[in-house]
Ligand binder design. Structure first.
Ligand SMILES: Nc1ncnc2c1ncn2[C@@H]1O[C@H](COP(=O)(O)OP(=O)(O)OP(=O)(O)O)[C@@H](O)[C@H]1O
Ligand SMILES: [Mg+2]
Length: 471
């Protein structure tokens, strides 16, 4: 005889509440397992979460903010206090220092230098009464000490703890009342009353909620370190991104000594800013003039197949070198390999070079690379990429040190780009004598002294002015 549902309704209800499936990509919850997440459409991302909380538990709220309805004009504005670490690149990308009481997530792939950067920042923040509690759930105290020795860090205001149980960590925080709190990493801590393993989405979410209460309640500034895979798609940090105030990602290309710290989200400052660091035996050193770093040492001009462009990274222009190699295809299908530039964009530029400028690339292998491992995605880089490919094809070098700036349209026209003056100033500082820009970007231009600016309307015109066409 089947059990009547009505009679055992409560039992069935309880089972339903206890087991959920959470998407590791977008964090949405489903009562049953599915191959594809109905919210974000990602495949195989639903992971079972067993909650030991009793049925009917309302769920933990992420914030405790509540207020009565107030007119905007009557709300008192607050000045957020900022703490300066003295690590210029770190302070700058945060919008001028770390905001007091904020929660910052630093994500990055394994071994990139998250703990190193955080220990260096913690050392700078720990002064006198400003205690910093650095909790490591991944390394023992002696391992952290070993790193501190390597970084030549000695600091009495820096408290260390090796612990993974969140309750114990919170107890220590309550006792010591530090001004700054670092958790390395959020994937290693757990709440004992949840049955999910450390690092599961449920654990990460709950632990972060606890820490958020701590940050906002006691006014402690919290730094969370988190792991992401190369694709940046690990569950934890993705769910966390919504909760925290600021998200920083530490990136690098394999084998590169420099590291790029990128602001992905910031409630207290601009996003898309980058900070550049170099990994050395003594820790991370900031690279205060990254344009020199990315541009290479070209005194008289750039060789054939190389062009300089100025990419805006947040509010800062960054001069980078784009290199192209064009060689005859040995097999039937020409190869196209793009590193640091958008593949589809490069395909369009090749088609425009072929159709509008007479560079026949259909039987050529084309390789494009942005040096230094930087990713350049903005349309203003089009002209630089096209100039590098044209130079590689014709084996011609541009006349002098030229900065190429402009978006290339499908009919071969050059379209206006933003913040040209800032980009020209940066090029001027690095000794560029010439810049080729779209005519439409000429208005209100501030030209650095000694620089010749040529405003053109088409890609063909630009290549001729730069000495790359006319073979
Ligand atoms: N003696 C050294 N000299 C130069 N670089 C070193 C030295 N020791 C470590 N490093 C660099 O530091 C990196 C490890 O830094 P760190 O432990 O801060 O990374 P992490 O992102 O915290 O790693 P994990 O994901 O394992 O926690 C190494 O990949 C290496 O590049
Ligand atoms: Mg680490």
């Amino acid at each position: 005889m089947p059990v009547p549902y009505e009679k055992h309704k409560n039992y069935f209800m309880k089972i339903k509440v206890k087991s959920n499936y959470r998407c590791q990509s977008c964090g949405s919850v489903s009562p049953k397992w599915m191959g594809k997440c109905p919210d974000c459409g990602e495949w195989n991302t639903l992971v079972e979460e067993k909650e030991s909380l009793s049925a009917g538990h309302p769920g933990r709220r992420l914030t405790e903010f509540s207020s009565s309805v107030t007119r905007l004009s009557q709300v008192k504005s607050e000045d957020f206090q900022r703490h300066i670490t003295g690590i210029g690149e770190f302070d700058r990308i945060l919008g001028g220092g770390v905001c007091a009481g904020s929660m910052v997530l630093l994500g990055g792939s394994p071994g990139i230098g998250k703990s190193t950067l955080m220990l260096q920042a913690a050392h700078r923040l720990a002064k006198g009464k400003d205690l910093v509690l650095y909790v490591s759930g991944e390394e023992s105290l002696s391992q952290v000490k070993d790193r501190a020795n390597r970084l030549q860090i000695k600091n009495e205001a820096l408290l260390l703890l090796s612990e993974t149980n969140l309750e114990k960590i919170l107890e220590v925080v309550q006792q010591n009342k530090p001004k700054f709190f670092v958790l390395d990493s959020i994937q290693t801590v757990y709440k004992a009353d949840l049955s999910g393993a450390p690092g599961s989405v449920g654990q990460i979410r709950e632990c972060t909620a606890e820490l958020l209460h701590l940050a906002k309640g006691l006014g402690i500034t919290v730094f969370l370190l988190g792991h992401v895979t190369k694709e940046g798609d690990l569950a934890g940090p993705r769910v966390l991104e919504h909760i925290v105030d600021t998200v920083l990602y530490f990136e690098t290309e394999r084998q590169q000594v420099h590291r790029i710290l990128r602001v992905f989200k910031n409630r207290f400052g601009p996003t898309n800013e980058i900070g550049v660091f170099e990994m050395t035996g003594q820790g991370l050193q900031e690279v205060s003039n990254p344009s020199v770093f990315f541009l290479g040492d070209h005194v008289n001009g750039l060789p054939p197949g190389t062009a300089a462009l100025a990419a805006m990274e947040g509010t800062r222009p960054l001069l980078v070198e784009v290199q192209a190699l064009v060689s005859r295809t040995l097999f039937g299908m020409p190869r196209r390999q793009m590193t640091g530039v958008d593949y589809n964009r490069a395909m369009i530029l090749m088609a425009v070079l072929d159709k509008r400028c007479g560079f026949h690339l259909e039987s050529q292998d084309v390789y494009v690379n942005i040096t230094g491992g930087l990713q350049v995605r903005e349309p203003a880089a089009d002209l630089g990429i096209a100039a590098a490919m044209a130079g590689a094809y014709s084996e011609k070098a541009g006349q002098g040190k030229i900065l190429w700036l402009g978006e290339v349209g499908l009919s071969g026209e050059l379209r206006a780009v933003a913040q040209v003056s800032e980009r020209l100033q940066e090029a001027g500082k690095l000794g560029f004598q010439k810049a080729i820009i779209p005519r439409m970007s000429q208005k209100g231009l501030r030209i650095p002294s000694g620089m010749e600016v040529q405003a053109v309307t088409t890609l063909l015109d630009a290549l001729e002015k730069g000495g790359l066409k006319g073979f």
